[in-house]
Design a binder for this molecule. Structure first.
Ligand code: ADP
Length: 304
C-alpha cells in the first residue's frame, strides 16, 4: 500500500477527556477514507490533528511522507481542510472568496485554477453573487472550491454534507468522485452511513477508539448473525416485549424493528409467538442482509 497518511499510536486529550485513544491506521494514496461514529467519538479531533492544528499527546504521524510534528510547514500547502465551521465571507462574491483564499495560500496566478474550480463545482453562473446569497448547498461547494485553490494532494473534510439538502448532497458527491479521479486523496468524516458506503475504506470510531476498519463490504460481512426485520402494529410495545423476553439486540428504524439473532428460523418463531400471544399483528417480516447501520450500531453497543 502506498501510504499517504500513517498514524501510529495517536492519542489526544483535552484536560481529562481522552478524545483520541491510541489509534493506529493508515490511508492509501488516492483513497476515499471515511471516519464514521457518533457525536463525541473523536472524529473532528482526529482531523484537526492530522491537519497539524492540534498538538498530539503522543504518537507518530506521517503525512505525505513528512513527520507531522517536525515538518509541519512542508505539509501545510499540500493539504486542504474543509472544517465544519469553514467561514466564507458573506459580503464578498463567489469569485472574491476564491481570490481571498488564493491569497492566504500564496497562490499567485490563480485565475485558471479559479475558473476550473468554478466549472468543477458548477458555480460559474453565480461567480458574481455574494456568498451570503447562496443556498446552503452552494455555500458548501464554494467552501470546497476555496479549500482546493492551492491544489492540495489530500483534502480533509469534516462532515461536509451535514445540513445540506439531499439534491445538493448528491451534487457534492459527484464533485468528490471527480476529485478522486484527479488523484486527490480524500479523508472525510460523516455521520451518514450511505455516504460511508461510498468510501473505499471506513473506520468506525467510538469513544476515541477505532472499533472497526475495512471496506464497507467486509464490515457488513463481519456480522456473523441473522437480522430479522419486522413491521407490525404497536411497534413500541413490540420493542419492549422482545427486549424484556429475549437477550437479542434490537434496533429501531422508524416503523421497522431489526432484531439481531443467532438463527433466523427458530428465533423468528419464538418472537412471532410472543407477539401473537400479546395481540400484536405482524404485518411483514423477512431475513435481511445486514446493513452498515446494523453492524455499526451493533459494534458501538458491543464496545460500550
Ligand atoms: P466528534 O467530531 O466525533 O463529534 P470530537 O473530536 O469533536 O468528536 O470530540 C471528542 C471528545 O472531545 C468529546 O468528548 C468532546 O466533548 C471533547 N472535546 C472536543 N473538543 C474539545 C475542546 N476544545 N475542549 C474540551 N473538550 C473537547
Amino acid at each position: 500500500m502506498n501510504k499517504i497518511i500513517d498514524i501510529k499510536n495517536l492519542s489526544k486529550s483535552y484536560n481529562d477527556i481522552l478524545a483520541v485513544d491510541d489509534v493506529s491506521y493508515n490511508v492509501a494514496k488516492g483513497e476515499m477514507f471515511g471516519l464514521v461514529g457518533p457525536d463525541g467519538a473523536g472524529k473532528t479531533t482526529t482531523i484537526r490533528t492530522l491537519c497539524g492544528l492540534l498538538i498530539t499527546d503522543s504518537g507518530e504521524i506521517e503525512v505525505l511522507g513528512y513527520n507531522l510534528l517536525k515538518e509541519r510547514k512542508k505539509i501545510q500547502n499540500k493539504i486542504g481542510y474543509l472544517s465544519q465551521k469553514f467561514s466564507l465571507y458573506g459580503d464578498l462574491t463567489v469569485d472574491e472568496n476564491i481570490e481571498f483564499f488564493a491569497d492566504i495560500h500564496g497562490v499567485k496566478d490563480y485565475e485558471n485554477r479559479s475558473n476550473e474550480l468554478l466549472e468543477f463545482t458548477r458555480l460559474t453562473p453565480f461567480k458574481d453573487r455574494l456568498a451570503e446569497k447562496l443556498s446552503g448547498g452552494m455555500k458548501q461547494k464554494l467552501a470546497l472550491a476555496c479549500s482546493l485553490i492551492h491544489k492540495p494532494q489530500i483534502i480533509f473534510l469534516d462532515e461536509p454534507t451535514t445540513g445540506v439538502d439531499p439534491v445538493s448532497r448528491r451534487d457534492f458527491w459527484k464533485i468528490l468522485s471527480n476529485l478522486l479521479k484527479e488523484g486527490i486523496t480524500i479523508f472525510m468524516s460523516t455521520p451518514y452511513l450511505d455516504e460511508a458506503e461510498r468510501c473505499n475504506r471506513v473506520a468506525l470510531m467510538s469513544n476515541g477508539k477505532i472499533i472497526s476498519l475495512d471496506t464497507p463490504q467486509k464490515i457488513k460481512g463481519s456480522l456473523e448473525k441473522d437480522v430479522i426485520e419486522i413491521v407490525c402494529n404497536k411497534i413500541r410495545e413490540a420493542y419492549k416485549l422482545i427486549q424484556q423476553n429475549f437477550p437479542f439486540e434490537i434496533q429501531m428504524f422508524g416503523d421497522r424493528i431489526n432484531i439481531i439473532v443467532d438463527e433466523y428460523e427458530t428465533d423468528y418463531k419464538r418472537i412471532e409467538k410472543l407477539l401473537n400471544d400479546n395481540s400484536i399483528e405482524i404485518l411483514n417480516h423477512r431475513l435481511i442482509t445486514p446493513s452498515l447501520e446494523n453492524v455499526f450500531i451493533h459494534l458501538v453497543q458491543e464496545a460500550n
